[in-house]
Design a protein around this ligand. Structure first.
Ligand SMILES: Nc1nc2c(ncn2[C@@H]2O[C@H](COP(=O)(O)OP(=O)(O)OP(=O)(O)O)[C@@H](O)[C@H]2O)c(=O)[nH]1
Ligand SMILES: [Mg+2]
Length: 374
């Protein structure tokens, strides 16, 4: 495959830099040849400061094989236009990159629709801004001399697309709700796996369900919610077959600085997993302690934004084969003491039986509550 040479402009913090690189590298057709850092990427004209933009321009003019610049921040239509005008090559902002990754990975109709919705929501403010820029300057907006009429038509078209996609998503959502009701009627106990991208959700899902869904160190490997039934082993269920069947749900991962409209677009599938009886919140314990803290806070932020019932959360410290007991303790001490925690390793199987016991006992207690209520 031909690789395009690209330049990255990001913040100087190690965590942010590594995450931006991880995002770009998860698109295997891009190769980063140079990384520039800037303390602020919200300057009015170019996002980055004038000096940095000039430095970038010089670097690109000396390296004519560079095809794209990635700016690790949300850029307005004006900033994108100004930068492309200066650099004469295409500029991609953080949201565009995340959308492109999602596009390249989406396999199900619903996830494709969700991404289309996010895409339209990404475009709308840009069209609005173009129209504003145009009326301000009394000129025709956009590079191609696009007239106001065209902007209006585009705007209406996007609005129409948005309501069309929303309708389709709503009917997919209804279908899901129907399935959910059926599951509830059958007394199914639902456990979902949520957490930052690459925290090990699918690896654990595969291990528990004997599945072979794709796992990878690259970001956003899973984009569709997958549900499988599984039977807890008999050593766990104490010959209580009635309580040994559960449903396990794998979900799309989180990332820091995820724009609100993207969470919105994925809400229906995420919400479904958050309505589970038990939500396993995965944290990769193999990482640097500061990065763990950041990922924990940003994932918890998304969960809170989705109004998750915190009493259903249970933290799993994954990849425990790569952390010693002091580090595991340090991570646990850092986190909310009201949420229980368990270290697990899908590689060595450590903690797996405890996890199965936990699921079993939660299911048993839920069933006895239901019986008690009726
Ligand atoms: N050492 C070790 N590596 C693990 C373990 N679990 C997962 N991994 C690795 O972590 C990486 C990410 O795993 P995935 O299961 O794809 O992560 P995910 O949370 O599903 O990621 P997304 O689908 O991108 O949200 C892969 O390279 C796995 O091999 C573990 O217990 N130990
Ligand atoms: Mg996955």
């Amino acid at each position: 495959m031909r690789q395009q040479k690209v330049v990255l402009v990001t913040y100087p913090e190690e965590f942010t830099m590594e995450e931006a690189k991880g995002l770009i590298e998860s698109m295997s057709n891009y190769k980063i040849v140079k990384t520039f850092t800037q303390k602020y990427l919200n300057r009015a004209r170019f996002g980055m400061g004038m000096g940095k933009a000039e430095e970038l321009k010089q670097f690109i003019s000396q390296n004519s094989d560079i095809e794209k610049v990635f700016v690790d921040e949300h850029l307005s239509a004006k900033q994108l236009f100004n930068l492309e005008d200066l650099l004469k090559i295409s500029v991609i902002d953080r949201e565009r990159l995340i959308l492109d990754i999602f596009y390249s990975r989406a396999t199900t109709t619903e996830s494709k629709l969700q991404i289309q919705l996010a895409e339209v929501q990404y475009e709308i403010p840009k069209i609005r801004e173009n129209a504003r820029l145009m009326s301000k300057s009394g000129e025709r907006a956009g590079k191609g001399g696009m007239g106001e009429y065209v902007v209006d038509v585009q705007f209406r078209d996007l609005k129409r697309q948005m309501s069309f996609i929303k309708d389709k998503l709503a009917s997919a959502h209804l279908k899901r709700q129907e399935y959910r009701k059926q599951r509830l009627r059958k007394g199914m106990f639902i456990v979902s796996l949520v957490g930052y991208t690459s925290s090990g959700k699918t690896t654990l899902f595969n291990l528990l369900t004997d599945e072979h869904k794709e796992t990878s160190h690259s970001l956003f490997t899973t984009l569709s919610t997958v549900t499988r039934s599984l039977r807890l082993p008999s050593k766990v269920n104490e010959n209580d077959p009635e309580n040994s069947n559960i449903l396990l749900v794998d979900t799309v991962g989180f990332i820091s600085r995820l724009p609100h409209y993207m969470i919105e677009a994925f809400k229906s599938t995420l919400e479904e997993s958050l309505e589970a009886d038990l939500i396993l919140f995965l944290i990769d314990s193999s990482e640097e302690i500061d990065d763990i803290g950041r990922k924990y806070s940003s994932s918890l932020g998304v969960l809170q934004e989705l109004n998750v019932d915190q009493s259903k959360l249970y933290i799993l410290l994954t990849k425990a084969d790569k952390a010693n007991s002091e580090k595991l303790q340090e991570i646990m001490d850092y986190m909310d003491p009201s949420i229980s925690k368990l270290p697990v390793s899908s590689k060595t199987g450590d903690g797996l039986e405890e996890l199965q016991n936990l699921i079993y006992s939660k299911k048993k207690s839920r069933n006895s509550t239901i019986l008690g209520e009726s």
